[in-house]
Design a protein around this ligand. Structure first.
Ligand code: TRP
Length: 461
């Protein structure tokens, strides 16, 4: 048995694509993206986002795929095998993944809260969607369900899937659920865009007013691109390490990036027109995918069923992403530290669960008081924004920066292109362009964004 077989492998090409897309498509696309587009200028932001995905996102993703597939190892071991001094690039990802999962599991828990909500109390949701959302977060008493119970259920399911291994758990699940999600999103998008009053939203999402795009919008777009494409923490390195040597990494990169961006755009065009049509603007609290959509569901025949289906699929999109992060963490800790898989899973889960609780608790305050909270005369940032700032503005760009420098300058793009084309088996006409992007453009762009992010501090939206 070869080392790679020993670690488990994806059973099929489509299984890998759907799993990588499953990791990419998640809460980032449906819960985060529409709000970012809304607060950063609508149509112009979409253009910036697409450009950054095309130039930087695809570049980093292929670099991660190449490292993982070349070595068939977890992120740290993979980088170390090529050059030991650079293993920090993989190691950083463990920290990033841990922080992301802290809040990811909370929001994942909210999706379960809404599934149950649409089954048992859809009338309460429709009566006052914003109040329902805020109550879940703890605006009217301790959020036992929103912060404690459902996030725990979500985390438990994530850990359970991971414990079953790659092919059986992640791959099977993604194959069924990703296509379903796609179809449902398109259906809901059409409904939302045809609501009375949706036109204004459509106008907003296609308006090309670049005067609103400043440094902050660009920083937001790039951070969002890394988050949404699952880049900068070694997840794609780890996934590609389970891939056999004759898959076409270049076309896989294109497919995954396109799918992920399409889903984000669909989500934007599903949610923003609904904001305008229903007048439910949930402010900065990430309530777009929760509060706003109630307006759509209450306006369509059988809306409650659609609502139920939607949160069910949002939940699965979240699970296929959270599993990818947890898998990255566990692959590292078990293979590097020699820890036992089940014990590692439980230990890591407990710690991130406890930290995550504070995320949901802080959200209620944010909706009430804005981003900065004042306590005893001292202003301090909301915990949730702090986590997001750490991951999207600093750690994911830093991880991606490490990946492109490593592939561009340490390992060398010639060897990377060899691996990308499976030693010449596949054509890669854009190889010189990619090499240039990896070596020069991406490091400069990401480096600039990192520095700007540090100086601009936490003013994110
Ligand atoms: N991309 C996922 C989303 O959009 C989240 C995610 C999964 C992620 N794995 C990641 C983000 C690795 C950064 C790094 O929801």
């Amino acid at each position: 048995m070869t080392a790679s077989q020993d670690r488990g492998q994806f059973g099929s090409k489509i299984g890998f694509i759907l799993s990588a897309a499953g990791s990419a498509v998640g809460l980032g696309n449906i819960w985060k993206f529409p709000g970012k587009a809304y607060f950063n200028g609508g149509g112009a932001f979409l253009v910036i986002y697409i450009l950054l995905v095309a130039l930087i996102g695809t570049t980093v993703m292929l670099a991660e795929f190449v490292i993982g597939r070349h070595t068939h190892k977890n992120a740290i071991a993979a980088v170390r095998e090529i050059n030991a001094k650079w293993s920090w690039v993989g190691g950083l990802g463990v920290l990033t993944g841990f922080i992301i999962l802290c809040y990811y599991c909370q929001v994942g828990g909210w999706t379960i809260h809404y599934i149950i909500g649409y089954i048992t109390e859809s009338k309460t949701i429709y009566a006052d969607p914003m109040n329902y959302f805020l109550t879940m977060l703890g605006a009217n008493g301790f959020p036992l369900r929103g912060a404690i119970i459902f996030p725990l259920v979500f985390l438990f399911l994530t850990a359970f899937i991971i414990s079953r291994g790659v092919a059986e758990g992640i791959e099977k699940m993604s194959k069924v659920l990703m296509p379903l999600l796609f179809v449902l999103l398109i259906g809901l998008m059409i409904r939302s865009c045809t609501l009375p009053g949706a036109n204004e939203g459509l106008y907003y999402m296609t308006k090309m007013d670049f005067s609103v795009i400043g440094t902050n919008a660009i920083l937001t777009a790039l951070g969002q691109a890394f988050f949404s494409l699952s880049l900068g923490m070694g997840v794609m390195i780890t996934y590609a390490s389970y891939l056999s040597s004759d898959e076409n990494l270049v076309s896989n990169t294109g497919i995954v990036c396109c799918l992920d961006t399409l889903v984000a755009l669909f989500a934007g065009f599903m949610i923003i027109p609904a904001v305008f049509a229903t007048g439910i603007d949930p402010g900065m609290g990430g309530g777009f995918a929760f509060a706003t959509l109630a307006g759509v569901f209450s306006s369509i025949p059988g809306g409650t069923i659609f609502g139920l289906l939607f949160y069910f699929l949002l939940f699965f999109a979240a699970v296929t992403s959270s599993t990818s992060i947890l898998e990255g963490l566990v692959a590292f800790l078990t293979e590097e530290k020699g820890w036992e898989r089940k014990k590692t899973l439980v230990g890591v889960s407990v710690i991130l669960y406890v930290i995550g609780i504070f995320y949901t608790l802080s959200q209620a305050f944010m909706n009430i008081k804005g981003i900065w909270v004042s306590r005893a005369g001292v202003e301090f940032p909301i915990f949730g924004d702090f986590l997001e700032y750490l991951t999207d503005r600093l750690l994911l760009p830093l991880g991606s920066f490490g990946v492109v420098l490593f592939v561009g300058w340490i390992w060398g793009t010639d060897k990377a292109v060899q691996e990308a084309t499976s030693n010449g088996k596949y054509k890669f006409a854009l190889a010189p362009v990619w090499s240039f992007l990896v070596k020069i453009v991406a490091p400069i762009a990401i480096g600039a964004i990192l520095v700007a992010g540090m100086f601009m501090g936490m003013a994110i939206s």
